[in-house]
Write a protein that binds this ligand. Structure first.
Ligand SMILES: Cc1cc2nc3c(=O)[nH]c(=O)nc-3n(C[C@H](O)[C@H](O)[C@H](O)COP(=O)(O)OP(=O)(O)OC[C@H]3O[C@@H](n4cnc5c(N)ncnc54)[C@H](O)[C@@H]3O)c2cc1C
Length: 294
């Protein structure tokens, strides 16, 4: 297996263009597990750890590690290889939802090595970054020698552990608007630490646009929003004048919001149930195979 170690972003893109099958490695906390278990045998590893700009972040008002990166439209720009520990220690105020999620990831060792870009690259439905990125309406900056694309995070996840990257593309940065209201993250697992989410949910209130962002993890083949629940909550707050008054939240609103989120999750389960039954029945009848199930 070849080991390619570019020292600049331009070299990394050139290497990926020359060998699109090369597997990028940032923190390696997913990749090394896959290699150790022989789940993958890439032709080459493309080590991104020497590209320092990927570990930089820029809030528009303050930068880290002297980056000259432009956050653009006042957004916070996280380099793809920013670690969970960096998010927790350096960006807790600017990215509260993502920082809450980061605190629940793995162990201190995993939080020191694991990166936000790596979580997106892996695109596991259980990845903890996805719900807060969905709730915040983040965008993913990806690039190749052909140019740069900005992908809304809701379009980034295309299937179980699949994302919208083309074979010659790399994730460069994550763009997130600064919070205009509170953000929250909640995760349920089978124990308190070192646990993959059985379910996760993130919420962002955007009082400036009177909208509500949501993100659900571990409920469907891809991370997803509870769109209907978000629309309901935004208009219920509007109708009751609660965006302005900030009065106590009526239990009926909380209850209906919870019901709609539950429905979104159940809908996803229903889709998976129908798909798996269709596939299983096809197998049983001897008319289909595992291939082409997407
Ligand atoms: C013990 C343990 C506990 C864990 N706990 C959690 C947890 O609680 N929550 C959670 O969400 N995850 C958890 N993980 C999974 C993992 O730590 C995260 O997914 C992490 O964010 C991966 O980041 P990384 O930098 O290590 O990625 P890597 O392993 O380096 O890469 C992961 C994937 O992303 C791709 N990739 C990386 N960078 C780029 C880039 N710039 N452009 C394109 N593709 C790229 C790689 O090719 C690979 O496919 C755990 C893993 C372990 C081993």
């Amino acid at each position: 297996m070849d080991f390619i170690q570019p020292v600049s972003w331009a070299d990394a893109l050139a290497a990926k263009a020359a060998m699109p099958t090369a597997l990028p490695v940032a923190g390696g906390t997913d990749v090394m597990v896959e290699l150790n278990f022989d789940a993958r045998r890439p032709e080459a590893l493309l080590d991104l750890t020497r590209i320092t700009e990927l570990t930089d972040w820029d809030t528009g008002t303050g930068t880290h590690a002297g980056t000259t990166a432009d956050s653009g439209n006042g957004r916070i720009r996280l380099g793809a290889a920013v670690t969970y520990s960096q998010v927790i220690d350096e960006l807790g105020e600017q990215l509260p939802g993502l920082a809450m999620a980061a605190r629940t990831v793995g162990s201190p060792q995993i939080r020191n090595r694991g990166t936000v870009g790596g979580n997106l690259g892996a695109a596991s439905p259980a990845g903890d970054c996805h719900p807060p990125l969905l709730a915040a309406g983040a965008e993913i900056e990806v690039a190749s020698v052909r140019g740069t694309r900005i992908i809304p995070v809701g379009d980034f996840y295309t299937g179980v552990k699949r994302n919208a990257l083309q074979p010659d593309e790399l994730i460069r940065a994550i763009l997130i608007s600064p919070p205009r209201g509170p953000q929250q993250f909640s995760k349920i697992g089978t124990r308190n630490a070192m646990v993959i989410a059985v379910a996760a949910f993130s919420l962002a209130l955007h009082p400036d646009t009177r909208t509500v962002g949501t993100g659900i993890g571990s409920a469907a083949p891809t991370p997803r929003r509870a769109r209907e629940a978000g629309v309901f909550l935004a208009s219920a707050l509007d109708e009751a004048g609660l965006w302005e008054s900030r009065a106590e939240l009526p239990p009926a609103i909380t209850g209906e919001f919870a019901r709609l989120v539950r429905q979104a999750r159940l809908h996803a389960l229903g889709v998976m149930a129908a798909r798996t039954l269709t596939w299983a029945w096809r197998d049983y009848r001897g008319t289909g195979s595992a291939a082409g199930r997407g």
